[in-house]
Design a protein around this ligand. Structure first.
Ligand code: MN
Length: 236
């Protein structure tokens, strides 16, 4: 097998793995012999696990398509450019975010944008129900009830001024709700709000403006109909 084909095969294989397990680190050793040594980490865009129209009427198809093919694709392209230009050598996404304070603004913003959206696509699906089993138990244990959890999460999403994200995270055995500005996330050392992400909601206007205009509250209310609780259960 020629080098170029083997390299393409490795890349394609990793892309396939990323569809089902987007947070698996791409092992730099696979590329070490064939790429310049300073490209240690390579963000890739997960395949959308449903059609652009699948989340309607909560999120319209045009918003999904623009969000995925323009906004998210740009974050991926730009973070990989920054990794190369800045000669970033962190081998894993975890390490990258744990050292955000040492990154350029371009690497920080686009790295967050790359990861956060890969996460966001996975925690949605058509036709959500309500959490059951260990997710329901953990939510009741930390917030009292599912309704109280929804109220607190909605509050976090509504009070994030400007662009950012609302999060449900795990810290130890407790669950916490908070938000981050811009494309920051709770894995970043610079974040005031930290933890292991379980659920995220993009509250940038690009995520809802075509359908909802200024009515972020309607977007958030309808988003509860498309939360993928099975995916949350895998992370808890
Ligand atoms: Mn977004």
């Amino acid at each position: 097998m020629k080098t170029i084909n083997r390299r393409k095969f490795v890349k394609d294989s990793l892309a396939t793995v990323a569809i089902t397990a987007p947070f698996i680190m791409q092992p730099s050793s696979l590329f070490a012999a064939e790429t310049s040594a300073n490209v240690a980490l390579d963000f890739s865009q997960v395949k959308l696990p449903y059609a652009y129209s699948a989340l309607e009427p909560s999120i319209d198809a045009m918003t999904m398509e623009i969000h995925y093919t323009k906004h998210h694709a740009a974050y991926i392209k730009n973070v990989n450019e920054a990794i190369a230009a800045d000669k970033i050598t962190f081998a894993t996404e975890k390490e990258f975010f744990a050292n955000t304070s040492k990154l350029s603004t371009k690497a920080r913003n686009n790295g967050g944008g790359a990861w956060n959206h890969n996460f966001f696509w996975q925690v949605m699906k058509p036709g959500a129900g309500t959490p059951t089993g260990k997710v329901a138990d953990a939510i009741a244990g930390s917030f009292g009830s599912f309704d109280k959890f929804k109220e607190q999460f909605t509050q976090a999403a509504m009070t994030r001024f400007g662009s950012g994200w609302a999060w449900l995270v795990k810290e130890g055995s407790a669950l916490k709700i908070g938000s981050t500005p811009n494309q920051d996330n709770p894995m970043m050392d610079v974040s005031d709000f930290k933890g292991t992400p379980l659920l995220a909601l993009d509250v940038w206007e690009h995520a809802y403006y075509l359908k909802y205009q200024n009515k972020r509250n309607d977007y958030v209310a309808n988003w509860w109909n498309i939360v993928n609780w099975d995916e949350v259960a895998k992370k808890i």
